[in-house]
Each structure stands twice: as structure tokens, then as C-alpha cells.
Design a protein around this ligand. Structure first.
Ligand code: 6GU
Length: 209
């Protein structure tokens, strides 16, 4: 991403909510009302930090395991925004009133729990910035959208023989149509093996389309 920043394609600002704490200990968390484990980020410092980011009226994304699933289609939607505010939660989460007042999108990366909202936010940032015009070659993105719905086929580079293992003959043949068919077959094989539900979804789409 540093390259994209140097090229002027992306700007980012990191805000430390502790700078907006109200006491001399710079406290930003407290125990949950109603009991339960862990600590919750207090609303006042977070609200002040969001105001400093002029969050009102902007897309405000809160990465949380209890959100909607993050995927490529959602990343395509985010990249259209001029500005996105990401809230990095910690511990058990943030006060619900911050969600009610500021958050437009609650987004989960998958069915597991990360301790760090920072890490989740960085995953989202990384997925979105590379979709900006000029960050990566158009062909790479087109290839991705072409294979969308299928997993990537296996890739090889030189040398032709590595530890006795040879690159599939067809990739050396120069026969473009055969190579494309091979890639598609391998993609299908891999998808069937690791993500069979994706093939189901594709069939649904084809029926509807
Ligand atoms: Cl978005 N945040 C955290 N903390 N854990 C997660 C997640 C997000 N998505 C999956 N696990």
C-alpha cells in the first residue's frame, strides 16, 4: 500500500482513541452492563474520535464477527467511496450506541474470532485499496473477475523441472485454447474439492440468468 500512497492513489489517517479519553489514565474501556466477560470500548472517546474523523455522513465500517460477511462484491462497493472510516474494536466490542449513531456497516471476515479489530481493518483496507485504478494491472483484476466464483487454477514458473517434478506439459505447448481449457478444468477440480458450495451457487445463478 505504501506504493499506492506514494503515487497519491490512497490517503489514510490513523486516529488513537486514547487521545480522546476523558480521564488522566486515558481510559477507553469499561465492564459491560448486565455482566458478562471482557471489556467494552466506552462510547465517549470513540464518539469524539469519530467526530474528529468527521464520520457523520461517511461510510463507517465496524469489523466484528457479528457482522455481514465480507467478500469481493462488498469490497467493490467500498472502493467506490471517496472516504471510509474503520473502527478497530477490541475486547468484547464497542458500546451499541456507537453502532446506532455512527456505524453504517458491520462486517465479519468469517466464522472465527480475531482478538484485534486492527487486523480485521487491515484485511479490509488491503482488499479494497488494490481495486483502485492504477494500483495493480487491469489484466490481473480482469483475470480475477473472470475466475470469480471458481478457485484459482495451479500456477507454475521456471524451472521446468524442480526436484524431479515437471511443469504440466500442456502449459509448455503454446496451444492457447488447450491451455485455457486446462486452467478451467483445474479451477473446477479445485473448487469441487475445497468449496463445492460455490459450484452450487454458480448453478443457481445460471438458472436465474
Ligand atoms: Cl471483522 N473482527 C474480529 N475481531 N474478529 C473477526 C472478524 C472481525 N471477522 C472474523 N473474526
Amino acid at each position: 500500500m505504501a506504493k499506492a500512497v506514494d503515487k497519491g492513489l490512497v490517503r489514510y489517517k490513523v486516529i488513537d482513541i486514547r487521545d480522546f479519553a476523558l480521564d488522566r489514565h486515558r481510559t477507553c474501556d469499561d465492564a459491560p452492563y448486565g455482566g458478562g466477560p471482557g471489556m467494552i470500548l466506552k462510547p465517549e472517546p470513540l464518539a469524539a474520535a469519530l467526530d474528529a474523523a468527521s464520520a457523520c455522513g461517511k461510510r463507517v465500517v465496524y469489523p466484528t464477527p457479528s457482522g455481514r460477511l465480507f467478500n469481493a462484491a462488498y469490497a467493490e462497493e467500498l472502493v467506490k467511496q471517496d472516504e471510509v472510516v474503520l473502527i478497530c474494536g477490541r475486547y468484547e466490542g464497542i458500546d451499541q450506541r456507537i453502532i446506532d449513531l455512527y456505524v453504517t456497516d458491520e462486517v465479519s471476515l468469517g466464522d472465527y474470532v480475531l482478538s484485534s479489530g486492527e487486523l480485521a481493518s487491515l484485511v479490509i483496507v488491503d482488499t479494497v485499496y488494490r481495486l483502485l485504478d492504477g494500483v495493480i494491472r487491469k489484466e490481473s483484476l480482469e483475470e480475477e473477475s473472470f475466475t470469480q466464483g471458481l478457485l484459482e487454477y495451479p500456477q507454475y514458473t521456471r524451472p521446468e523441472i524442480f526436484r524431479g517434478m515437471k511443469v504440466p506439459e500442456i502449459l509448455l505447448s503454446g496451444h492457447h485454447a488447450h491451455i485455457e481449457r486446462w486452467k478451467r478444468e483445474k479451477s473446477l477440480e479445485k473448487t469441487r474439492r475445497f468449496r463445492p458450495e460455490l459450484l452450487g451457487e454458480r448453478n443457481e445463478e445460471q438458472k436465474e440468468g
